[in-house]
Design a protein around this ligand. Structure first.
Ligand code: SAM
Length: 256
C-alpha cells in the first residue's frame, strides 16, 4: 500500500518510521510519502491560511494551495500546472482522499479493514478552523472523498488523526503483524471488547493471574475469555453490545 499525507507539519508524521510500521516500510509492505502543503503556496511567504469569510475567530486554510497539492499528489500534476492522468469522474476506482475532521464519519475497525484493501490512501491534514469547503467539493468531482473522525472531541490538526488511521490500517496489511492470529482476537474485530490479559509472574503485589489461565484446559480458557470480554463490553461499552444484538439477536445465544 502507498500512503500520501499532505500537512503543514511534515515532521509530525515521523513516528510512522518507528516500530512495526517502520519495519513494514523497510520490507516494502507500506510506502509513506509526506508532503509539505507550503510547497504549493502561491506566494513567497508560503501562506496557507486567511481570515474566515463572514468573520469570526481563527483562520481558514486557503483553497489554492490545497487544490494544487491534491492534484499534484493524487494525479501527478506538476508545479507548472501540467496534468498527469486525471480520472474522468469520481467512481469506485477514483483515488481515495481521506480528510480528518471532527465532523467526519467515525473511524472503526470495520472501516480500517476496508481501507486496508485499497492500493493507495491520500490524507489531507487540516489545521486552524479547517480547510475551505470548496476544496472538498472540487475534489469530490474527481476523487472519492471521505471525511473521517477519530472521535467526538477536537484536535488541533489532522496529523494525529492521520497517524492513528495509518497505524490502524497499516497493521492489517499482510505481513505487518508477525502473528495474524493476534489480529483476529482483538477488541472490535467481533464487535466486542477483548478480555483482560495477564503474563508472569503468577502473583504480583498480592494479585493473582486467574487460575483458569494456568489450567491448561483450552476450552475452559476460551470460555473464560469470551465471558470476560462480554462482561467488559457490557460495563464499558454497552452501545457495542446493543449494536451486536440489533444486527443479530442470536449473536450471544451460544454463551448462555
Ligand atoms: N473548526 C473545526 C470544527 O469545529 O469542526 C475544527 C478544526 S480543528 C481545530 C483543526 C483540524 O484538526 C481539523 O481540520 C481536522 O483536520 C483536525 N481534527 C480535529 N478534531 C478531529 C477529530 N476528532 N478527528 C479527526 N480530525 C480532527
Amino acid at each position: 500500500m502507498r500512503v500520501d499525507v499532505v500537512t503543514v507539519f511534515p515532521e509530525y508524521l515521523a513516528p510512522l518510521g518507528l516500530s512495526l510500521l517502520g519495519r513494514a516500510q523497510r520490507l516494502g509492505l507500506l510506502a509513506v510519502h509526506v508532503h509539505d502543503l507550503r510547497g504549493w503556496a502561491p506566494d513567497r511567504h508560503r501562506t496557507v491560511d486567511d481570515t474566515p469569510a463572514g468573520g469570526g475567530a481563527g483562520m481558514v486554510m486557503l483553497p489554492e494551495p490545497w487544490g494544487r497539492a491534491l492534484d499534484a499528489v493524487l494525479v501527478g500534476e506538476g508545479p507548472d500546472g501540467a496534468v498527469g492522468e486525471r480520472p474522468p469522474a469520481a467512481g469506485p476506482t477514483a483515488p481515495l482522499l481521506l480528510v480528518p475532521s471532527p465532523s467526519g464519519t467515525p473511524l472503526t475497525q470495520a472501516w480500517a479493514h476496508e481501507l486496508a484493501a485499497e492500493p493507495r490512501l491520500v490524507l489531507a491534514c487540516g489545521r486552524y478552523e479547517g480547510i475551505d469547503e470548496r476544496v472538498l467539493d472540487d475534489a469530490a468531482s474527481r476523487y472519492r472523498v471521505e471525511p473521517f473522525s477519530l472521535g467526538d472531541y477536537v484536535l488541533n490538526g489532522g496529523e494525529v488523526a492521520a497517524l492513528a488511521l495509518v497505524e490502524a490500517v497499516g497493521r492489517l496489511l499482510p505481513g505487518v503483524v508477525g502473528n495474524p492470529a493476534s489480529l483476529e482476537e482483538e477488541s472490535h474485530e467481533q464487535g466486542l471488547l477483548e478480555h483482560p490479559v495477564y503474563t508472569r509472574p503468577a502473583r504480583w503485589r498480592g494479585l493473582d493471574v486467574p487460575a483458569v489461565l494456568s489450567s491448561g484446559h483450552h476450552a475452559e480458557v476460551a470460555r473464560w475469555r469470551r465471558e470476560q470480554g462480554l462482561r467488559r463490553t457490557a460495563r464499558r461499552r454497552p452501545d457495542l453490545l446493543r449494536a451486536l444484538l440489533d444486527a443479530d439477536p442470536t449473536a450471544l445465544s451460544a454463551d448462555d
